[in-house]
Structures are given as C-alpha cells and as structure tokens.
Design a binder for this molecule. Sequence first.
Ligand SMILES: *[C@@H]1O[C@H](CO)[C@@H](O)[C@H](O)[C@H]1NC(C)=O
Ligand SMILES: *[C@@H]1O[C@H](CO)[C@@H](O)[C@H](O)[C@H]1NC(C)=O
Ligand SMILES: *[C@@H]1O[C@H](CO)[C@@H](O)[C@H](O)[C@H]1NC(C)=O
Ligand SMILES: *[C@@H]1O[C@H](CO)[C@@H](O)[C@H](O)[C@H]1NC(C)=O
Length: 386
Amino acid sequence: MLTVKTIIGFVLPALAMVQACLCAEAIPHAPDWPFDLTTLTAPDGSVTAKFVSFGATMTELWVKDRDGKARDVILGYDDNTELLTDPAHPVFNPIVGRYANRIKNGTFSIPITKFPQPDGPNVFHIPTNDHDGQDTLHGGIYGWDRRNWTIVEKTKTSVTYLHIDDADEGFPGTVTALATHSVENGGILRTTVHATATEKTPIMLTQHVYWNLDAFQGSEDILGHKLHVDASRVVAVDSDAVPTGPFIDVEGTAFDFRTTQAIGERWNDTFDLCGPGCQGYDNCWIYDNSEETKPGLTLWSDVSGIRLDVTTNNPAVQVYTAFWLDTPRKKVHGGPSLNYTKWTAVAIEHEGYIDAINTPEWHVDQIYYPGKDFNWETTYKFSTVH
Ligand SMILES: *[C@@H]1O[C@H](CO)[C@@H](O)[C@H](O)[C@H]1NC(C)=O
Ligand SMILES: *[C@@H]1O[C@H](CO)[C@@H](O)[C@H](O)[C@H]1NC(C)=O
Ligand SMILES: *[C@@H]1O[C@H](CO)[C@@H](O)[C@H](O)[C@H]1NC(C)=O
Ligand SMILES: *[C@@H]1O[C@H](CO)[C@@H](O)[C@H](O)[C@H]1NC(C)=O
C-alpha cells in the first residue's frame, strides 16, 4: 500500500533518480567534458560565475569592487585539467564528498562507535591520504571533487550537476547527488546539494572555496581581510587535525571573531594552531545560531571594498588560511610566474561537525538512508563597503 511515508521515503527519491538519469541522457556531454565550462551571469550583471563538470567546480567568480570594476575573487587554474592532474591537490572550489574534512584512521562504523575495532561488524575503511596515513581527507583519494559530474539542467542563471557515487572509496551503498549553482540579482550566488542514499551511510559535504577579495590587486595576502564568525566554540583537534572530543571556548583566544577582526590581527598567537609548524588557521567553528536567514560569516576587504555575507544550513565552518599552498596563479592574479602561497587566500568550507562519525559523545547524527536525504545549502551575498 502507498502510505505517505512510503511516498516520501521511497517513491520520491526513486523518481528524483529516474528524472536525473533521464535528464542526464537528454543533455549530451560537450566535447571537452568533464572540463566543459558553464558561465552564469545574474541579469543585473552583479555576479558572473564559471563552472566545470569535473567536481561541479567553480573556476571563476567575478563580482564588483567599490568602483564598479569586476574582480575574480576565487583561486584556481588557467588550465582546468589541472584539477585532475595537480599533485598538490589544493581542492580549488569543488563540491567535496562523500565525507568532507578528516576521518580518523579512515575508519568508522554504523552505528557509530568511539573506537571502531578494525574487524568489528559494520566497520568501513576508506583509503587514508593525509598525515602519513593517519586519516582520510575530503572523501578519499578520489573524492567527489575529482569525479566527472554530469550536467542535467542548465539555464542562463543556473546549472545542475549529477554525481552517482556507487560505493566509491569503500563507503557503503550508492549515493546520488544533485548540485545546483545559481546566480541572482543583487550579487547573489547560491549552491545547494541534495543527496539520497540506498543504504545507511555517513554524508558530510562542503564547497571548498578559496577567497581573495582583492584578487591580488592592491594586496598580496588576506591578513588584512576583516572576518566575522558567529561562533563561540571551535573543535579541539590533535596533531593530525582530528577531533579529540572537547570544544574550545573562543573567549580571550585568537579564535574569537564574534567581533569583527582582521584575519592577521592576532597572527603572533596563531603559531601551531593549524597544526605543528603551521601558522594561521585551519579550524572548525561551530555556529551559535542555526538561523538560515542570518549570515553566520562575513568577510570583507577595505582594499577592494568587496564584502561577502554567507548564510547556510550547515552547523559549522572550517576556515583555512592556506599555509600549505604553493601553486602557480591564474593570469588574472599575476600568474603563472607568481604562485599562490601561504596566507594568500582563505578557504571557507561550510560543513557539518567534523569527524562526528568518530565522536559519538556529540550526539550529532550524520547517517543517511532511504527516507532520510541530505541537504546542503549556502548563499553568498556580495556588496561593497566604503
Ligand atoms: C586503523 O585502520 C586499520 C585498517 O585500515 C587497522 O588495521 C588499524 O588497526 C587501525 N588503527 C587503529 C589505531 O585503530
Ligand atoms: C573522467 O574524466 C577524466 C578526464 O577526461 C578521464 O580520464 C576519466 O577516464 C573519466 N572517468 C570516467 C569514470 O569517465
Ligand atoms: C609578532 O612577532 C614578530 C616577531 O616575533 C614581531 O616583530 C612583531 O612585532 C609581532 N607583532 C605583533 C603585532 O605583536
Ligand atoms: C610554484 O609552484 C610550483 C608547484 O608547486 C613549483 O614547482 C614552482 O617552483 C613554484 N614557483 C615559484 C616561483 O615558487
């Protein structure tokens, strides 16, 4: 019998999959797929964003500075095939999954446990690719950011990519993901991801965007960028950047951005904060409010005057000031003879509680299954400060 529960739990996801797959056949691949470029421009010209199918990745984002001149405010490559081949793999602006950030020892169990036994029941191992094999970063060796997504729908202001993750990297079951990027009048860029699972699986996604709101014109790093984060807690981590369980109260620390500060304001207090020998930030802030209508994070530069306000349905944000970066810049950023290096960008990654699947004491449920879909939504609004 077709109950409401069955319709929501099974029929709707199945229909969505069928529709997605029919659409996938309806739009043939461009010859240069998966590096085919899609350009979206808001009708009022306030924002132009470019994407490739590979990783559903944003490759350029042009917004206007206080003089009305457009600047490309995200890092990237001139040759987008580098997204696949660059051994440095900085993860420039794709959708990251099936599980973003780190997984301790590349191991988890369902239901989750604090110390999953290697040969225990329902224990899963994902290839480790970080800190000499101590953890998995960004979904494994070939996470969603290095997969060939398919365009299923496209207009002048919106593009939807499909990715079917069929137990890739050792995760359980098949996850079907639809990522939609759109632009709107008034300087708005929005990304949403809807994912359905055929079996119980963790899902935790991010969009891993590296920002420099000056676009390397008038400044060379982001230490002067002003940052506001509506969060009084940061996740405490070990030397592999894996959560230990407790939260750090930001009060009186260099993590406190509840009052707007320049990113570099307390730079001398940031030695080793992002790992041994690393200066700056690579940390996960837990938002105090989960109102999707109010920006949780604001970033602006007094040089270009470009201001970014971010609203999200995610409970947390990873802010990484790019200590380990060393990759030739795009031409528009002064490349290729100059490189993107440490502190020349800030990656802002809206996500769930990191490695909650190995931290049961948080009681954060990141397991999805038929009938429980995953939804990720983030809106970036651009304006100017004078
Ligand atoms: C880490 O996972 C491997 C299997 O991938 C297992 O052999 C090893 O015992 C685990 N280490 C710890 C400390 O749990
Ligand atoms: C994805 O695209 C890359 C680059 O063109 C190609 O090497 C690879 O074989 C493709 N993978 C699949 C599964 O189609
Ligand atoms: C930071 O440390 C450096 C070198 O130790 C010092 O020269 C500089 O004045 C310090 N800056 C601040 C703001 O304290
Ligand atoms: C830029 O980065 C590349 C790749 O890491 C490296 O080979 C090259 O030497 C760097 N160039 C400069 C000018 O530092």
